[in-house]
Design a protein around this ligand. Structure first.
Ligand SMILES: Cc1cc2nc3c(=O)[nH]c(=O)nc-3n(C[C@H](O)[C@H](O)[C@H](O)COP(=O)(O)OP(=O)(O)OC[C@H]3O[C@@H](n4cnc5c(N)ncnc54)[C@H](O)[C@@H]3O)c2cc1C
Ligand SMILES: NC(=O)c1ccc[n+]([C@@H]2O[C@H](COP(=O)([O-])OP(=O)(O)OC[C@H]3O[C@@H](n4cnc5c(N)ncnc54)[C@H](OP(=O)(O)O)[C@@H]3O)[C@@H](O)[C@H]2O)c1
Length: 272
């Protein structure tokens, strides 16, 4: 049998970006994959932030896109969860990466889905659709979040069952993660929902809030979002964020930022 191998795809040095080697790649289905790159020694970020990553385009120019970092701030690798857009300028190429290939990495991570942008509270709800899960994988694997909140609830809404990336790890309450396993066992709760295929939970996130699903045991406290106790991070499509932010503001929640921490924070998972 012939093995169709190719030499690693290396990149020339770039004045604006760091270069990092791919460590591993995991394909979830035809629309989604995860991968990790080495973390350059100079690269610092806060759990929940995003950064530009990319490759060279056919003209030899750097083609960069924003990506949430899915690994926590303490990790020695940078993990990402990516969509595969069939004719997407970056992801049509990025989905072909293999270990030892190189990627460009921006030097300045940034973002609002960080605990610094939230006031203290008891329950943290992280509400994500599609690849909007990525920043929450970072936050939930950071021990610091369990010191700030009594309960950390991660809600992931997708169209199809196979879009539930990290389902096994999350259902196991991060039990194989040595740094957070003990706190996560007591404080972390995962609520997956699948909206276009049969699954045990099938409502959009708003419906799960309205019918009380998000607040059921083991979650304790009020059976609705309450600005007294709850802090909320939102990441998904523009429509999801807009609809949710409006609902939260109606309940008295105030949007936070790095400069002015508040009750909830939002970030688009993609443009379009
Ligand atoms: C702050 C921020 C953080 C982001 N984090 C991530 C991330 O962690 N993972 C990720 O895969 N993408 C993320 N994106 C989107 C990412 O920047 C690119 O758009 C994506 O990689 C596709 O690039 P492309 O060049 O192939 O296609 P583009 O030309 O960038 O996009 C083409 C079209 O594909 C759709 N699309 C793009 N990205 C997504 C997505 N993630 N989910 C569903 N549909 C999409 C949109 O309709 C878009 O108009 C983020 C975007 C922003 C603004
Ligand atoms: N994932 C796929 O199977 C797939 C396949 C081909 C192409 N794509 C393309 O990729 C893009 C995004 O796909 P995606 O599946 O990642 O994201 P998506 O369409 O945003 O759907 C992800 C989840 O978010 C929910 N949702 C959508 N709008 C919402 C809102 N306003 N409030 C609350 N929940 C909302 C969806 O529920 P609903 O199901 O009820 O909308 C679904 O559960 C689209 O442009 C799509 O054409 C995706």
């Amino acid at each position: 049998m012939t093995l169709h191998t190719r030499p690693p795809a290396l990149l020339p040095e770039h004045k604006s970006f760091l270069t990092a080697g791919v460590r591993w790649v995991r394909h979830w289905n035809e629309h989604l994959f995860s991968f990790a790159i080495e973390r350059p020694a100079s690269f610092r970020f806060r759990s929940g932030e995003f950064v530009m990553i990319g490759l060279l385009d056919d003209e030899g120019k750097a083609l960069m896109r924003a990506y949430s970092i899915a690994s926590p701030a303490w990790s020695d690798e940078l993990e990402f969860l990516s969509i595969k857009v069939a004719d997407g300028p970056l992801t049509s190429k990025l989905q072909l990466i293999r270990p030892d290939d190189q990627l460009y990495l921006g030097r300045k991570p940034t973002g609002t889905l960080v605990s610094d942008a939230l006031l203290p509270g008891k329950r943290l709800f992280m509400l994500g659709t599609g690849t909007g899960l990525a920043p929450f994988l970072s936050v939930a694997r950071d021990p610091e979040i369990y010191d700030r909140f009594d309960q950390v609830v991660m809600v992931h809404s997708v169209r199809r069952v196979s879009d539930l990336a990290y389902y096994e790890e999350l259902t196991a309450q991060l039990a194989s993660d040595p740094l957070v396993q003990e706190q996560a066992l007591l404080q972390f709760h995962y609520v997956p929902t699948v909206t276009r295929e049969p699954f045990h939970t099938s409502g959009r996130i708003q419906a799960l809030a309205d019918d009380g699903t998000l607040f059921r045991s083991p979650v304790v406290g009020p059976a609705e979002f309450d600005p007294e106790t709850d802090r909320i991070m939102l990441c998904g499509s523009m429509s999801m964020i807009r609809d949710f932010a409006e609902m939260l503001e109606g309940k008295g929640f105030i949007e936070g930022s790095n400069a002015n921490p508040g009750h909830f924070v939002i970030e688009r998972a993609f443009v379009g």
